[in-house]
Design a protein around this ligand. Structure first.
Ligand code: ITT
Length: 202
C-alpha cells in the first residue's frame, strides 16, 4: 500500500485520517518516522500554518507529505480563537503548570462565552499537500454551536463542547466513525483523497 507522511505530532488527527483513507494509503505521522522536534507554526492564517508545517517536513525529510491546521471560529468572539485555537489559553497565561492544553483552552472558551446567547461556531481545517515540489490546499468546514458544559469522552481538543448542527451528540459523544463522516477534517481529507486519485493516474 502507498505511504504518505502526515506532518503532525497529534495522534488523534492521524488516527482520524487513517480511518478515512484506510483502503488507499498508510499514513505515517512524525513520531512514526522518528521526527520528534516541534514543527514551527507561527503564521497568522490556517493556510499559512498548514503550508509551513508541510514544507518544513518536506525539506527536512525530502518526502512528499501533507499537514493540517485547524481552528475553531466562534461568532460571538469575533471568530476567535481561530488560528490561535491550540494556544488559546497560553496566549493569556491561563494555563497552569501541568494542566492539559485542551482542558485549559476549553475552560477559557466557556468563560468567554458566559452569558452569550449567540453560540454559533464552526471548525475549519486546511490541509496542505506538498507533492512533486508543488503545493495544494484543501479546506473543510463544519457548522455547529458551543455548549455551556462539556459532554462526552471521545475525540480530542474542543470536541466535548462542540455540537454539530443537525445532531444531538457532541463530537466527543459520537463514535469516531460518525465524526469522520461529517467533520471539518473529513471534508478536507475527502478532497485530498479525490485529488490524489486523479493526480496519481494522470
Ligand atoms: P499539529 O500541529 O501537530 O498537527 P495540533 O494539535 O497543534 O497538532 P492544530 O494546531 O491544528 O493541531 O490544532 C488547533 C487546535 O484545535 C488544538 O487545540 C486542537 O486540539 C484543536 N483541534 C484540532 N482539530 C480538532 C478536532 O477535530 N476536534 C476538536 N478540536 C480540534
Amino acid at each position: 500500500m502507498r505511504e504518505l507522511i502526515f506532518a503532525t505530532h497529534n495522534e488523534h488527527k492521524s488516527i482520524e485520517i487513517q480511518a478515512i483513507l484506510e483502503d488507499s494509503y498508510r499514513i505515517l505521522n512524525l513520531d512514526q518516522v522518528g521526527l520528534s522536534e516541534d514543527i514551527p507554526e507561527d503564521q497568522d492564517t490556517l493556510d499559512g500554518n498548514a503550508l509551513q508545517k508541510a514544507r518544513y517536513v518536506e525539506e527536512k525529510l525530502g518526502v512528499d507529505c501533507f499537514a493540517d491546521d485547524t481552528g475553531l471560529e466562534v461568532d460571538a468572539l469575533g471568530g476567535e480563537p481561530g488560528v490561535y485555537s491550540a494556544r488559546y489559553a497560553e496566549l493569556s497565561n491561563e494555563r497552569n503548570n501541568g494542566q492539559d492544553a485542551s482542558e485549559a483552552n476549553i475552560i477559557k472558551l466557556l468563560r468567554q462565552m458566559e452569558g452569550k446567547s449567540d453560540r454559533k461556531a464552526r471548525f475549519r481545517t486546511v490541509i496542505a499537500l506538498v507533492i512533486g515540489g508543488k503545493q495544494f490546499t484543501f479546506e473543510g468546514v463544519v457548522e455547529g454551536s458551543i455548549l455551556e458544559k462539556k459532554r462526552g469522552e471521545e475525540g480530542f481538543g474542543y470536541d466535548p463542547v462542540f455540537l454539530p448542527d443537525g445532531y444531538n451528540e457532541t463530537f466527543a459523544e459520537m463514535p469516531l466513525s460518525l465524526k469522520n463522516t461529517i467533520s471539518h477534517r473529513a471534508r478536507a481529507v475527502n478532497q485530498l483523497a479525490d485529488f490524489l486519485r486523479t493526480y496519481l493516474t494522470t
